[in-house]
Design a protein around this ligand. Structure first.
Ligand code: 6PG
Length: 267
């Protein structure tokens, strides 16, 4: 996959919600629009979902929207930007959470849900297989994903791109996680023996039309400010789609000490 940025304008917008419920409504509406747009443009949509706790309510509302609009679920492909080294049946599993809140409720056909296949064999092989499955035999430079949904931690991590971890790439290289991490997918070794995660690399995550970060909590204010400002010490600053949205609660935004300046949109 080429790492050249695509031509054209890239936009960054921040949508401020009054509380987590309002955030879920605004986020679900935005995700639904991105999916609908992809379906009408090319009769298919490719979506990468995040884990974490923030998107649960959004996913439930999105399931209702997909169902109510009778969108063709057999034409929407679902991927996961990262995954924990656990089976789908585990409460820790990102795929498990997305199935429970969104995919089962929206009756996504089995073949449209693309699993990392954890925890089987070597995590590096899982990462290699997942990148291959996503990219297939693509011969063009059109975006890999129509929509990438992401969360962010108070340390600025997004997907499983943790600032203090190392990535094991499929070619055997072991590199600190950084904005210029090469490769498409990696197995991530968390520090202090906290085990493995699997993640798409920045290059793959931002090969995307719409990126939506869902962020709540006052503890994430500093990371949010850095991510929006493009501070390269903050992994969430590395991922930009053709259009990028930070959908945040007022609490998180006001703790940053800014009003969001020009990119704030009270949708
Ligand atoms: C995961 C993630 C991760 C998450 C953030 C925010 O697997 O947990 O994909 O990047 O989005 O840690 O998580 P919360 O929404 O729970 O704060």
């Amino acid at each position: 996959m080429g790492s050249e940025p695509r031509s054209g304008e890239r936009s960054l917008k921040t949508i401020v919600a009054v509380d987590p419920e309002d955030l879920a409504e605004k986020a679900a509406a935005l995700l639904l629009t991105a999916i609908r747009t992809a379906l009408s443009a090319r009769n298919g949509a490719r979506v990468a979902l995040s884990g974490g706790s923030t998107p649960r309510k959004t996913y439930r509302l999105l399931a209702r929207g997909l169902f109510a609009e009778k969108l063709p679920m057999d034409r929407i492909d679902w991927f996961f930007g990262d995954e924990r080294w656990v089976p789908v049946s585990s409460p820790e599993s990102n795929e498990g959470m997305a199935r429970e809140t969104l995919l089962d409720a929206a009756a996504a056909p089995a073949g449209t849900i693309h699993s990392w296949g954890a925890p089987a064999g070597d995590p590096r092989d899982c990462a290699r297989r997942y990148a291959r499955a996503i990219l297939g035999d693509r011969g063009d430079e059109s975006p890999v994903f129509d929509l990438v949904v992401l969360g962010m931690g108070a340390d600025g991590h997004t997907a499983s791109l943790f600032p203090d971890a190392v990535a094991h790439l499929s070619d055997g290289r072991i590199l600190p996680i950084a904005a210029d991490l090469p490769g498409d997918a990696a197995a991530v070794e968390l520090p202090r023996s906290r085990g493995w995660r699997l993640t798409l690399c920045p290059n793959m995550l931002q090969h995307c039309r719409t990126v939506a970060f869902l962020v709540t909590g006052a503890d994430k204010a500093t990371a949010l400010r850095r991510a929006r400002a493009g501070d390269l010490d903050t992994p969430a600053a590395w991922i930009r789609g053709d259009e990028t949205f930070f959908i945040v609660t007022r609490e998180t935004m006001s703790s940053t000490g800014t009003d969001g300046a020009l990119d704030v949109r009270h949708a």
